[in-house]
Design a protein around this ligand. Structure first.
Ligand SMILES: [Zn+2]
Length: 420
């Protein structure tokens, strides 16, 4: 307990330095797309890790099409061995941010501090998380506490665009392995007083319908691909959506309405380009991309199968209905057990830091947990970090300095309790 008190005091002493480090991170506009300034940001983080006693490694996702000379995908990992190699606690945060967009009342990359808040694109999502985990472990060191287990920190790229050059790449190339890593805390902002256990699954698919072209004044001589797509979408509305709504998960997804399976039309295109000079033609092709979110309780093959079955029925009723369906992205749902060592320990640490028990939630959208769980095979993984979820990707995004400090304290206590 003495050690814990001393560590918390050191978090308070380090607070100003942590805020300054976070502001430096925000001032590097790591905007994705296209993936700007990743190397600069990784270098800044790597430099801080080195200063704080880590061995660092920079890994560029060579060979991936999105990794170019202009926009290299640079990740950084820091490793600090304890008295023993294991257990190992790994903190991960993504260093990319979404574009600033419109509607800001402050410069999104100036890291303005006002009324106890730091403003900037990516401050909540999720550079505050990166700063908090680095300074949490540093507070332990400055308190003179020796950990038995080891700590790793990684800052990775492209989470906002799927994480393929970031966590997925590192996991696939043996940098994140289940044999080496026991616990993962992804420092995403699902609120500083909640723990996120995992997320639903995602299935993006493309449907292409074909028809037969004809003169637009005599459409009955052709078969419109757009009409056929409209029939598929109508079936989704009238048949599938009520079924999906009735399917509920036991996962504590927030908001509650997202505890059902869902489907959304992401985009649709058919016929002639809309801005081009128009000619009277029946559309012979229509394409649409769909976003189906599925539950832990749903089997992926069934998810896809039920869509194919709907399309096949449309085809059976109409000899002009021809379709193709292609997978665009598949992410399986994942959830860490609420009874796991990581969850119970972090829940206790957050309770000690903020004075109340954190609700355990799951995310409606996905984040890099999918790659830690599915590619690296690491079972105990959560998301926990400073910041308020609803501010992510918004204009005037900010992080309360108080939340940054409270999260940092929770991470420090969690690390001490997990790693002895
Ligand atoms: Zn994020």
């Amino acid at each position: 307990m003495l050690n814990e008190t001393s560590t918390l005091t050191h978090v308070d002493e380090l607070a100003e330095e942590m805020v300054e480090f976070l502001r430096q991170l925000v001032r590097i506009p790591t905007v994705n797309p296209p993936g700007e300034n990743y190397a600069d940001c990784a270098n800044l983080i790597g430099g801080k890790l080195k200063e704080f006693g880590y061995e660092t490694e920079f890994i560029t996702a060579e060979g991936l099409p999105e990794c170019s000379t202009r926009f290299p995908r640079v990740n950084v990992i820091g490793r600090k061995r304890g008295e023993r190699a294991k257990p190992t606690l790994h903190f991960n945060g993504h260093l990319d941010v979404v574009p600033a967009g419109e509607g800001w009342t402050v410069d999104p990359f100036a890291a303005v501090v006002r009324d106890g808040r730091i403003y900037g694109r990516g401050v909540t999502d999720q550079k505050a998380g990166i700063a908090a985990s680095i300074f949490a472990i540093e507070a332990i060191r400055r308190a003179g506490v020796e950990l038995v287990g080891s700590v790793e920190q990684s800052a990775t790229v492209d989470e906002e665009s799927g994480g393929f050059a970031g966590v997925a790449y590192l996991a696939a190339n043996g940098h994140f392995r289940r044999e080496a890593i026991d616990y993962v805390v992804i420092t995403e902002p699902l609120d500083y007083d909640r723990i996120c256990l995992g997320h639903r699954g995602v299935y993006w698919f493309e449907v292409l319908t074909r028809g037969r072209t004809a003169h637009g004044s005599m459409p009955f001589l052709g078969a419109s691909a757009i009409d056929r797509m409209a029939r598929f979408i109508a079936k989704i509305e009238t048949e599938l959506k009520p079924q999906l709504k009735a399917r509920r998960t036991r996962m504590p997804v927030e908001p509650e309405a997202a505890r059902s399976a869902t489907i959304n039309v992401n985009s649709i295109f058919g016929g002639q380009p809309i801005d081009a000079l128009q000619t009277p033609c029946v559309a012979d092709v229509c394409r649409a991309i769909f976003d189906r979110r599925f539950l832990l309780e749903e089997n992926f093959e069934d998810v896809r199968g039920e869509l194919i079955e709907m399309l096949d029925r449309l085809q059976a009723d109409d000899e002009d209905f021809r379709y193709q369906m292609n997978d665009v992205m598949i992410v399986h749902p994942t959830m860490t057990s609420p009874e796991s060592q990581l969850v119970t320990t972090m829940a206790g640490a957050i309770t000690s830091s903020i004075g109340r028990r954190p609700p355990l939630i799951a995310s409606p959208g996905t984040y890099d947990q999918k790659h830690f769980a599915r590619v690296a095979g690491i079972e105990q993984c959560i998301a926990y970090g400073p910041g308020i979820l609803n501010l992510a990707h918004q204009p005037d995004e900010y992080c309360e300095i108080e939340h940054l400090i409270l999260s940092c304290k929770a991470m420090a206590l969690g690390a001490m309790r997990l790693l002895g």
